[in-house]
Design a protein around this ligand. Sequence first.
Ligand SMILES: Cc1cc2nc3c(=O)[nH]c(=O)nc-3n(C[C@H](O)[C@H](O)[C@H](O)COP(=O)(O)OP(=O)(O)OC[C@H]3O[C@@H](n4cnc5c(N)ncnc54)[C@H](O)[C@@H]3O)c2cc1C
Length: 286
Amino acid sequence: MKVFLPGTLEDLWERWEKIPNARIYAGGTDFMVKLREGAIQAPALICLERIPALTKIREEENTLFIGAGVSHAGILTHPLVQTWCPVLVEALRVLGSPLIRNMGTLGGNIATASPAGDSLPALYVLDAEVVLADARKTRVLPISDFILSPGKTSLKEREIIRGVRIPRPMPYTMSRYEKVGKRKAMAVAVASLAACLRFDTNGVVKIARLAWGSVGPTIVTASRVEKALVGFPLSRKHLEEIAPMVEEAVSPIDDIRASAVYRKKIAINLLCRLAGDSNFNGRFTP
Ligand SMILES: Cc1cc2nc3c(=O)[nH]c(=O)nc-3n(C[C@H](O)[C@H](O)[C@H](O)COP(=O)(O)OP(=O)(O)OC[C@H]3O[C@@H](n4cnc5c(N)ncnc54)[C@H](O)[C@@H]3O)c2cc1C
């Protein structure tokens, strides 16, 4: 099978036009597994890793742009990402192993659209937008509109993810990502929670954004729980009071990693652990 390595986006569009059924990949950490299993068949492959336009991280007015082709390791060590979105850094730090983080890319994690994808809950609470491009145009979608169902996205034929845009962080925001897996490393999430909370100067929650991974067919958000946090300081007692709302919001399944009942319990515990957690308090952005 032929593998093409375009050096620019123009080369990519030209090559894809000539071989319309060619399949694209970036780090190959998901794609190559499926190819070897025979789950993917293609007349040719196009690797995106040599396209510099996909590997940039830059500040653009009031947003941070992260190219789809930047590796997880490249993102989590980047000073701009560390300042703008520590929750994404926390999420990528627990994705796979050092090898997977060096090879795997953000674009690949988003396009895979797994409910266990570690970058996704963080991107949801950051209100990230996905920048998509084909040979003719660029379009932008909120991450929650881009992800449709397990493994399904809004990507059109011969369209790629160019990157994500993340709005400037608001003052007095705290964020946290926690993942529970079967092991501490190299484990797919049994359940995970990303949280981004904005406080007023009295320590009362003004805006709450929460997103759970692995407890539904896609990332689960719960506006009822978010609203119930607003107007109160963050306390274990209050979180325990609103915890039953989490049970209603999530719809996990039984699988080889965990039962649905266990996943529900973890989803609630992850919420309750937001209060009084030193890590969470340490991510305060004044
Ligand atoms: C051992 C192992 C452990 C893992 N652990 C985790 C984990 O803990 N957490 C987790 O979230 N994931 C995990 N993964 C899954 C995987 O590594 C990640 O999803 C990774 O981010 C995929 O990125 P990639 O660049 O390798 O994607 P690829 O394998 O290159 O591609 C995956 C899919 O995305 C598409 N794609 C890639 N780039 C683009 C683009 N720019 N535009 C459009 N489509 C694109 C490809 O066509 C393909 O369909 C693991 C994988 C392995 C093998």
